[in-house]
Write a protein that binds this ligand. Structure first.
Ligand code: SF4
Length: 365
């Protein structure tokens, strides 16, 4: 295929003509290069634009009569071939970190996300590991458990359920903390038990006041330890598990944007870009906390810091940079030069932007 393309564009002397192409993402003209996708028009050699390649592809697909599973005509974009190439290369043995360099990705997760199939080599490697371990372990361990053993196993999880939540002690170990769960670091409190813990806390405060009134100082000291335990469990419930996955952050962004058209438009625009997949963005500029009222996760973005980092420590393409500045402007009112930022946006981002403007103006929900 590559040889056919090279043969098509070669000059009579054997070289490939050098042509200059406009990069809409960086909004610059690239220096003349031996581009494979070029055509001869009158006396000039010109690059094929992404739009032209897309049109040619879809014309070819329409001519082939191929359809997808729902019967609609198949549609490809030039970017699909990039994904196909990386998928094929990795599936045929190219190490993922080399594929990452070939694709020019900053983050290997982007490269692995390109793979259109589940990483078979991971499954194969894991099966080989299990097979190796099995050969090393005594064969008598591989037997069907007796009914008693199975009941004992299930019973362990039953016994770990306590009034305030779930006990995290290991399988087959007894409680060595005398079931004082409120003070115990192994207790994972259940959100449903929040009112109960709040009630216990109120009761502890009353008892501490009584103990101090009556001069029972030893009793007051012990109760204060329990009170600190109750406070720690309530704080644990309020904090919840850390929100780090892109989907969870997206939900937290939408929660925070509720009630504000501009914030909602900015959130959807950001979610449609690849920024939530980037740990160097989410870990540095997004803070997720729980709403004290509803307990819902809320994501807040430090936009001034993120926009400042664009010019220093947050590497990205010109297109990504411009989109992030537009989102920052929608979300936080940070001034943006529309003439510079809108010029060169690709069709996809223009569509996203139109939708965001409709959403920000309250005409789309
Ligand atoms: S005191 Fe700790 S170890 Fe014991 S049951 Fe309660 S949570 Fe589990």
């Amino acid at each position: 295929m590559l040889a056919a393309i090279v043969t098509r564009v070669r000059e009579p002397g054997g070289g490939i003509p050098l042509v200059s192409a406009y990069d809409p993402h960086e909004a610059v003209w690239n220096p003349p290069m031996p581009l494979l996708f070029q055509w001869h028009w009158r006396l000039e050699d010109r690059p094929l634009s992404a739009g032209a390649v897309r049109r040619l592809l879809n014309d070819t697909l329409a001519g082939s009569g191929l359809t997808d599973a729902s019967g609609a005509p198949l549609r490809f974009t030039p970017h699909d071939f990039r994904r196909l190439f990386i998928t094929d290369a990795v599936m045929h043995g190219m190490p993922p970190h080399i594929a990452q360099l070939v694709a020019g990705h900053r983050d290997i997760n982007t490269t692995m996300g390109y793979k259109a199939v589940y990483p078979e080599e991971v499954i194969t490697g894991h099966r080989a590991f299990i097979a190796r371990r099995r050969t090393l372990r005594p064969s008598e361990e591989y037997r069907t458990p007796s009914d008693e053993e199975w009941e004992e196993f299930l019973g362990h999880f039953e016994r770990r359920r306590v009034a305030l939540g779930e006990c995290g002690r290991s399988y087959s170990t007894p409680c060595i903390h005398e079931h004082s769960c409120l003070r115990c670091p192994l207790l994972r409190p259940s959100p449903a038990q929040r009112p109960r813990i709040t009630g216990i806390r109120g009761n502890l405060l009353d008892r501490i006041a009584e103990a101090e009134r009556e001069g029972w100082h030893g009793e007051a000291e012990g109760l204060k330890v329990s009170l600190a335990g109750a406070d720690a469990k309530l704080a644990q419930l309020l904090k919840g598990p850390p929100v780090t996955m892109p989907d969870s952050i997206a939900t937290a962004l939408r929660n925070h944007a509720e009630g504000s058209c501009c914030l909602a438009a900015a959130a959807e625009l950001l979610i449609a870009q690849a920024w939530l997949q980037r740990a160097d963005f989410t870990s540095r500029f997004i803070t997720v906390h729980r709403s004290p009222g509803s307990g819902k996760p809320m994501a807040v973005i430090n936009w001034p810091a993120a926009v400042t980092a664009l010019d220093t420590s947050l590497p990205c393409s010109g297109g990504e940079q411009r989109m992030l500045k537009i989102i920052a402007s929608l979300a936080d009112g940070i001034p943006v030069d529309l003439r510079d930022t809108i010029t060169g946006l690709d069709d996809r981002n223009v569509q996203f932007l139109i939708t965001a403007i409709l959403r920000a103006s309250g005409k789309l929900h």
